[in-house]
Design a protein. Structure first.
Lengths: 293, 282
């Protein structure tokens, strides 16, 4: 059952489609709920990656996730990019399309990073206008992910969670809530991750991300290179309590283990949800007075 | 400049700092950064955390920038990296990135200028070999990403009347790159990829066709006459013209007719052509 306003279904528990797993997936048709494809990896190639993505899209639900939309940039919108993204989504029958609340570059350049936004009213208005234009062109809503960030700007006047909630409401777009990123940014900036989750409008969340990270002591890097840590699982459980069942994806992009290990990590999310459901369904026991009371 | 910089100023400033190769003090005072936010005010743009100063936080992004560029180029040019070694390759990446920062939404285009950039350098160790190696690796990435075209089927080949071949033209598949080199760079890539013995990197004329078959990228080393024949065919000459152009050259040793048949058989079985165009059909 869908919790979001667009009726996007809860696809279950998926993983990112990665090159090292291509042969395993094509040969074994593993039982998995869905895949997320990194849009830019399939937009400018007619070779094997696109062939595999098309094969996968015939067998599984696919969602297109990008890293170069640069939605917060002051540069003009790149409609050549959007045209190719639109074509790809059609080709793969992408259930929805997502990217990040960030900017990647200005003056025509691309740093290929998810750079942090200053959370100001000016930036909010600018991003709302761009999201509206992008959605008009794509003829569908997009979902924006909260990126992991490593610095904050002194000019910011909005907490990130309120900024992204306001953006989603005003631009009428979805939210891809990355639970690990909430944790990473909360560690780096010293905010309460649960309070962040509380501020996210439930009916805007179409997908969640989970991933491992690297704790450097002074800060955390969002490396997608390891298992999800317990604190992030706890936050996922809390998010599930607040938002209900939302399509959940496990990201693993560096030191990628076998398909089964990555998928097994994704399936832990199902267990957390089942445990939480069981806890809610268990009859509440009447408190029995202790002997002698 | 206003005390509270706007979105555009912040983005231009941060990008300038990230792309500047050097210490953060120099980054803040660089021309590009100061054009957006003067250095005196720049120290207040980023907040400190409990554990990091503003500049240490900015350095996280600065440090990752070149590493990401290096990773992208090492995927497309792994043998060049192997030849140069990690440090020298990183130096090349840093210089190349400064000269040709990425301007595309995809990393697939980032290495487009590397071959020409290497040619322009005066101080790269064994530059001519590096240039040839980069040229071959770029051809391989081009073949990897080219649009798929179906190869000519054996039935289609058999359907061509015997007397039509002389005036027929063979059209190469999309993922097809023909290259000539002054160094044994294909053997070098073979040594890196397939753990073959490393060749001497001294001058030696070599010829290679790169192509894709069943979505796998291949290299086929060629003799010079075979390269010339394939080049003539790929340029649109008829089969007859192409063969004559090869046979009329004074090769040592001479090209035997049986060798021509062997080449055509190999090329057809490897699926190097997508169509045969008959003279009447043109």
């Amino acid at each position: 059952m869908a919790n979001n306003r667009w009726g996007y279904p809860d696809l279950g528990f998926g993983i990112g489609l990665r090159t090292v797993h291509f042969e395993h997936i094509l040969q074994n048709n593993p039982k998995i709920d869905w895949f997320e494809v990194l849009s830019e990896n399939y937009m400018d190639t007619g070779g094997k990656p696109l062939y595999v993505a098309e094969q996968v899209a015939e067998r599984y639900p696919v969602v297109a996730h990008g890293v170069s939309l640069s939605v917060g940039s002051k540069d003009p919108i790149n409609f050549d990019y959007l045209r190719k993204l639109k074509d790809l989504c059609k080709r793969l029958n992408a259930r929805w399309v997502s990217d990040h609340l960030c900017w990647c570059g200005v003056t025509g350049m691309n740093t290929h990073d998810l750079l942090p936004m200053p959370y100001t009213t000016e930036a909010l208005k600018h991003t709302i206008e761009r999201v509206r234009a992008i959605q008009d062109f794509l003829e569908r809503p997009i979902a924006l992910e909260n990126a992991s960030t490593y610095l904050e700007f002194s000019v910011s006047t909005w907490p990130e969670s309120e900024f992204i909630a306001a953006l989603a409401e005003e631009a009428n777009c979805g939210i891809l809530l990355d639970v690990n990123n909430v944790y990473v940014s909360s560690y780096n900036h010293g905010f309460d991750p649960k309070q962040y989750i509380d501020r996210i409008p439930k009916d805007r969340v179409v997908q969640m991300h989970l991933a491992g990270h690297t704790n450097k002591g002074t800060h955390i890097l969002d490396t997608h290179s390891d298992y999800v840590i317990d604190a992030v699982w706890d936050l996922y459980r809390y998010t599930y309590q607040r938002l209900g069942g939302v399509s959940t994806l496990l990201e693993w992009d560096a030191n990628i283990p076998t398909f089964d290990v990555v998928h097994g990590e994704a399936l832990k999310a199902r267990r957390f949800r089942e445990q939480e459901d069981a806890r809610k369904e268990a009859p509440e026991l009447e408190e029995v007075p202790a002997y002698g009371d | 400049m206003a005390t509270n910089p706007g979105l555009e100023q912040i983005q231009r400033w941060m990008q300038a700092c990230i792309q500047y190769q050097g210490g953060y003090e120099e980054a803040l005072t660089s021309e590009a950064a100061q054009a957006a936010i003067p250095a005196a005010e720049a120290r207040n743009v980023v907040l400190p955390s409990k554990t990091l100063t503003p500049m240490e936080r900015l350095d996280i992004y600065r440090d990752m920038y070149l590493l990401r560029m290096e990773e992208a180029l090492s995927i497309d040019f792994p043998s060049l990296k192997h030849f140069l070694g990690d440090d020298e390759f990183m130096k090349l990446v840093a210089r190349y990135t400064a000269a040709h920062p990425s301007r595309s939404y995809t990393f697939n285009r980032f290495g487009d200028h590397l071959v020409d950039y290497i040619a322009s350098l005066d101080d790269l160790p064994k530059k001519d070999f590096c240039h040839a190696l980069a040229r071959l690796e770029f051809a391989l990435t081009t073949v990897f990403d080219a649009s798929e075209t179906p190869a000519l089927s054996p039935e289609a080949v058999r359907a061509v009347p015997q007397d039509a071949w002389e005036t027929a033209r063979l059209k190469p598949i999309g993922p097809f790159e023909l290259q000539a080199f002054d160094y044994p760079v294909s053997s070098y890539i073979g040594a890196v990829d397939e753990e073959n013995p490393f060749p001497r990197v001294g001058k030696k004329k070599t010829w290679v066709v790169c192509y894709r078959r069943n979505f796998h990228v291949h290299r086929m080393n060629l003799e010079q006459p075979a390269y010339e024949l394939l080049r003539a065919l790929a340029s649109g000459q008829t089969v007859g013209e192409s063969i004559v152009s090869v046979l009329t050259q004074k090769w040592r040793p001479a090209v035997k007719q049986s060798l021509l048949f062997d080449w055509f058989r190999d090329w057809m079985s490897e699926g190097l052509f997508q169509a045969v165009e008959l003279a009447e059909a043109r």
